[in-house]
Design a protein around this ligand. Structure first.
Ligand SMILES: *[C@@H]1O[C@H](CO)[C@@H](O)[C@H](O)[C@H]1NC(C)=O
Ligand SMILES: *[C@@H]1O[C@H](CO)[C@@H](O)[C@H](O)[C@H]1NC(C)=O
Ligand SMILES: CC(=O)N[C@H]1CO[C@H](CO)[C@@H](O)[C@@H]1O
Length: 386
């Protein structure tokens, strides 16, 4: 590490008068005041009005060339409005409350966000912990927010939306707060009203009401989610998308067997901007812990019933977590899932699990520059569906 810092310092000291921007860094866009000169070997490319990025002038040798979408998915397709990755980190170390920044948890790195924006993705799910933003020691869910942690969340959100992206804020609590399952709908509604107030003026924020409730009846989860929708809207946050999740880890493959399909058709939003968030992994137990996929067609198969239910109920879905190994069967399975989703027209988007600085060699890590999913999954299974 020391030598890296040293050589960076040397490089900076000997740089030309206008300091140049590193590869994948920002080099232009509305409101940007920094250097527009890219490091040698990279070129400044306009991604959108908010954002230009230094991209390598020649394709990197480690990544495979993007697969063309027409060769893997035919017919009429509806592009995803929201497509991107989870940006893990702030929910890490959930047994240590409040935990120390940099030791127990971390915030996503701006360069990771830049990288995906540069590739054309636009949506980032940002998991965080309710106990860190609403400490049990200072009044719990009805007490004041921890301004330090809230600032970290706000900074991450502002960074994403400042680049023209969407930030889905995700209390990654499995409907459990401070060791107890949440059941009080009015407390949940009040908590969301207070949190949404902090973000109500930013229309690129998405409110993801709760990550993966489980071992709670679907109807109870539905009641909590409906209360959350009411809380967000009562805050005056009326322009943003809200995502609701079901019980049984909000699995798409179990949507019709978990009870979720009976409960969630009744969701109501005065602003008519709610989508059903589901998650789907492609290993045998659907947990995202094995790099082996059941088959090369398992992605489309596991989404089939959920897609049919969304259509029947005139609802939209968003696949908030999908992940699989970097092997031929899994790549085909992910392609099949995203293809079916785009052919159906009822899915607003999909998010890979996961980017984030602390995944190490986790097989689903898509953290640039070298997370295991960067080399093949990204160009072959995700980029074709942009
Ligand atoms: C608030 O968050 C900061 C940063 O994580 C932490 O150091 C501090 O102890 C927290 N305060 C409470 C009351 O939890
Ligand atoms: C789809 O739902 C039907 C009945 O609701 C069930 O019999 C079938 O096994 C489900 N298929 C999958 C792939 O889950
Ligand atoms: C499949 C997967 O990656 N699950 C992760 C969900 O989030 C928690 C908290 O970050 C992780 O511990 C799991 O590994």
């Amino acid at each position: 590490m020391k030598s890296v810092i040293l050589s960076l310092a040397v490089a900076l000291a000997s740089a030309a008068p206008a300091m140049s921007v590193v590869v994948w860094g920002q080099c232009g866009g509305s409101g940007y005041g920094g250097s527009t000169v890219c490091d040698a070997g990279s070129t400044c490319v306009k991604v959108n009005d908010y954002y230009s990025q230094c991209q390598p002038s020649s394709a990197t040798s480690t990544a495979t060339a993007p697969t063309s979408s027409s060769s893997i998915c035919s017919g009429t397709r509806t592009k995803f409005k929201f497509f991107g990755v989870n940006e893990s980190g702030a929910e890490f170390g959930n047994t240590v409350i409040p935990g120390a920044l940099g030791t127990d948890y971390t915030w996503p790195s701006p360069s990771s966000i830049d990288y995906f924006i540069g590739q054309g993705f636009n949506t980032f799910r940002v998991p965080f912990l309710m106990e860190r933003v609403s400490p049990p020691s200072t009044g719990g869910l009805t007490g004041p927010f921890n301004q330090t942690y809230l600032s970290g969340l706000k900074d991450t959100v502002s960074y994403i939306t400042g680049k023209g992206g969407y930030a889905a804020i995700d209390p990654h609590n499995f409907m459990i707060y401070n060791g107890a399952t949440l059941t009080d709908t009015s407390a949940f509604q009040a908590w969301w009203q207070k949190l949404a107030t902090e973000f109500k003026s930013n229309d690129h924020v998405i409110f993801d009401l709760q990550n993966e409730p489980h071992d709670i009846p679907a109807q109870t989860v539905f009641n909590l989610m409906q209360a959350g929708v009411n809380g967000v809207r009562a805050a005056g946050a009326t322009s943003q998308l809200i995502l609701v999740e079901g019980t049984s880890w909000t699995g798409a493959w179990t949507w019709t067997t978990s009870g979720n399909s009976n409960a969630f058709g009744a969701i109501k939003d005065p602003n008519n901007n709610v989508a059903i968030e589901m998650h789907q992994y492609l290993d045998s137990d659907g947990s995202g812990t094995s790099a082996t996929c059941v088959s090369s067609t398992i992605g489309a198969e596991r989404l089939q019933n959920a897609t049919a239910w969304l259509k029947q109920n005139n609802l939209k879905g968003l696949l908030g977590e999908i992940g699989a190994g970097s092997n031929a069967a899994c790549i085909s399975a992910v392609q099949g899932a995203l293809c079916e989703m785009q052919q159906s027209g009822v899915w607003l988007g999909a998010l890979w699990w996961a980017a984030g600085p602390w995944w190490g060699t986790y097989y689903q890590s898509i953290e640039p520059p070298s997370g295991p999913a960067i080399a093949s999954i990204l160009p072959q299974a995700l980029v074709p569906f942009l």
